[in-house]
Design a binder for this molecule. Structure first.
Ligand SMILES: [Zn+2]
Length: 313
C-alpha cells in the first residue's frame, strides 16, 4: 500500500481541507473562503442542514439561515464540496437525522459524499468514543477517559433511538475517523479510503492531519512540512475549524495567508476531499483494512492523543 500515487495532470502531491462548521457565521468565515477561492483552492466545507431546538454545546449557523444558505450554495457553484457534520449541533434522534439528510439532498442536489459524523456531544455520532477503537485499544481509551464516553455514542447501534447506521451506509460514501500529527495524511494512513469490516455501516473511512485552529494549522503547514509533503508525493487532508482564528480583526491571519499562498503556487492537486478520495479509490480499488493495519492506526492515534492532546479530533 505504500506505492507512490501518480497524481492527475502531472501534479506532485495533493492538498485539501475538511472544514468543520463549528462556530461559523458569515462574518467570521466568508472572507476565508473568498481567499481560498482566489488562490485556486477548492476544499470541503461541512454544514448543519437543520437548526436545532436545544442549546448547543458548540453551535454555529445552520442552513436554515437564508443568507448563510445562499452563500453556501454559491460556494458549491464555485466548486467547493459541501459536506455534512451531523445534521445539527446537538444530539439528533433517528427521525431528525433522516430529516436532516433528506434536507441536505434537497438543498445541494446530492447526498453528502463525505462527512464528519462526530460533532462534539452528539450522541448519534457513529463508531465514536470507545467504539472508535478495538480490543486492547478500546480498553486503554476507556481507562484514560475513566469511562466518560463509554457506550454513549450510538449511531451504529441497531435498536437505539439514535441509530442511523443503515442510512449512513446507503447515502454517505466517506466518513472521517483518525486525525494525526503529520502533514502527509496518506503516509500515515496509506489504505485510505478504507472499509473496516468491524464497522460495516461506514462505507469508507478517511484520516486527516490535525490543525483544528489557526495556530495548530499554521504549524502543520510550515514551509518544511509543505516541502516534505511535495517531495514524498503525498496527500494532505487538513481537518480544521475555519471559524477559529483564520479571520480576525477584519483581516485574514497573515501567517495563514502566507503559507496558503505558498502551497498554492506549488505543483499540487487542490481538489475537495471527495474528489481526492474518489481518485484514490479508483486508482487502487476498494480496500478492506486488515486487523494488523487497524491495530497500527489505532495505536498511533492513541499515542498521538496521549502525547499531544488537542481537542476531540
Ligand atoms: Zn463539530
Amino acid at each position: 500500500m505504500s506505492n507512490r500515487i501518480q497524481w492527475p495532470e502531472g501534479k506532485d502531491f495533493a492538498f485539501t481541507i475538511f472544514d468543520d462548521t463549528d462556530l461559523q457565521t458569515l462574518d467570521n468565515v466568508s472572507e476565508v473562503y473568498a481567499f481560498l477561492a482566489d488562490i485556486g483552492l477548492r476544499t470541503t466545507k461541512s454544514v448543519w442542514p437543520i437548526r436545532g431546538n436545544k442549546i448547543p454545546g458548540v453551535g454555529g449557523t445552520t442552513c436554515e439561515d437564508e443568507k448563510y444558505l445562499q452563500w453556501v450554495m454559491k460556494l458549491q457553484q464555485q466548486g467547493f464540496e459541501i459536506s455534512l457534520h451531523n445534521v445539527t449541533y446537538h444530539t439528533s434522534l433517528r427521525e431528525e437525522t433522516l430529516r436532516g439528510i433528506e434536507r441536505f439532498y434537497e438543498l445541494f442536489g446530492h447526498y453528502p459524499y463525505s462527512a464528519a459524523a462526530n460533532h462534539t456531544n452528539c450522541y448519534e455520532n457513529i463508531y465514536w468514543g470507545n467504539y472508535r477503537l478495538t480490543g486492547i485499544h478500546e480498553i486503554i481509551y476507556n481507562l484514560l477517559l475513566r469511562n466518560r464516553n463509554k457506550g454513549v455514542f450510538q449511531g451504529h447501534i441497531e435498536g437505539s433511538p439514535l441509530f442511523w447506521g443503515d442510512v449512513c451506509k446507503a447515502k454517505i460514501k466517506y466518513v472521517r475517523n483518525f486525525v494525526f500529527g503529520d502533514i502527509n495524511t496518506l503516509q500515515v494512513c496509506p489504505f485510505m479510503p478504507y472499509h473496516d469490516p468491524k464497522r460495516p455501516y461506514v462505507n469508507y473511512w478517511f484520516a486527516a492531519s490535525e490543525g483544528p485552529v489557526v495556530d495548530s494549522f499554521i504549524s502543520m503547514l510550515a514551509e518544511k512540512n509543505q516541502d516534505r509533503l511535495a517531495a514524498a508525493g503525498g496527500a494532505c487532508i487538513m481537518y480544521t475549524h475555519l471559524a477559529c482564528g483564520f479571520y480576525e480583526k477584519g483581516r485574514i491571519h497573515p501567517r495563514f495567508k502566507f503559507l496558503m499562498e505558498r502551497i498554492s503556487k506549488m505543483n499540487g492537486w487542490f481538489v475537495p476531499v471527495r474528489t481526492l478520495l474518489d481518485y484514490l479509490l479508483e486508482s487502487r480499488g476498494p480496500y478492506g483494512i486488515t486487523s494488523s493495519e487497524r491495530n497500527k492506526l489505532e495505536r498511533r492515534w492513541l499515542l498521538h492523543k496521549i502525547i499531544g492532546t488537542r481537542g476531540t479530533t
